[in-house]
Design a protein around this ligand. Structure first.
Ligand code: ZN
Ligand code: ZN
Length: 247
């Protein structure tokens, strides 16, 4: 009945502590982490998206790429920030359901694997020590480390977030770009300069809204000589929806 001791243990765990799909409540196995098969199928994928920032196109135009200097070379996004994906990311980030990262990594791997040969090193959007202590972990770092391991690339935390910056969550489009300036810096700049110079770096983050955060991180990495900066963000919030959703 059980082809390994591990399966036997999983059976016991499922029996004693049943897990439920966070979306529909169906009973699932512990190893499935958070969603049942039919809910995974309901995830809203993005269509008609900009080749650079993955934003929604209006005709053939992208509001983000037209109105800003873009420092990143390409943003890869997996799904729209709505429905199940929104629920997962929110639970993962704010409700301390760290185990959800496993599902997020499965989705992300399918995308990142296609770009594997373009990447030298994986990094993430940092959060400062105070936020990390409150949240218990940096949601992007956990995903970045796991992705790097899976695609056999180095993970390196190049950036740090300075303290006392206003959260982006309640700001509008223009203010997000202003608020983000100077927010991040390279850790140990003398040492890291040689690890950044000439490298193709991918930054991992959870949600891409206006692109202000990724753009600022990319600007800094390029100023330290990065050859290419890509980003992988799990979900893409439509700019029109920004003020309605808390990100
Ligand atoms: Zn379900
Ligand atoms: Zn764009």
């Amino acid at each position: 009945m059980f082809n390994s001791f591990r399966n036997f243990c999983l059976y016991i765990i499922d029996f004693l502590f049943p897990s439920f799909c966070i979306n529909c409540g169906a009973v699932i196995s512990y190893k499935d982490a958070c969603l049942c098969g039919s809910c995974i199928k309901k995830i809203e994928l993005l269509h008609n998206k900009c080749e650079i920032c993955s934003g929604e196109l209006y005709g053939n135009r992208c509001i983000i790429c037209e109105s800003r200097k873009i420092y990143f070379d390409k943003n890869i996004t997996i799904a729209a920030y709505s429905g199940i994906i929104k629920e997962i990311l929110h639970n993962y980030k704010f409700n301390k359901r760290k185990r959800l990262y496993k599902h997020i990594v499965i989705f992300a791997l399918e995308e990142i694997i296609q770009y594997k040969d373009l990447i030298d090193v994986v990094t993430c959007v940092p959060i400062n020590r105070k936020k990390k202590a409150e949240r218990g972990f940096n949601q992007s770092e956990v995903i970045a480390r796991e992705l790097a391991k899976n695609i056999q690339k180095a993970y390196h935390p190049f950036l740090r977030e300075k303290h006392n910056y206003k959260t982006q969550r309640k700001l509008g489009y223009r203010d997000r770009f202003l608020n983000i300036l100077g927010r991040y810096a390279v850790k140990n700049p003398d040492l890291n300069r040689k690890y950044i110079k000439g490298k193709k770096i991918i930054i991992i983050d959870d949600v891409f809204t206006t692109g202000a955060t990724i753009n600022e991180c990319a600007r800094i990495l390029k100023s330290f000589g990065a050859d290419r900066v890509y980003s992988l963000t799990i979900a893409r919030a439509d700019i029109k929806r920004v003020d309605k959703f808390s990100i």
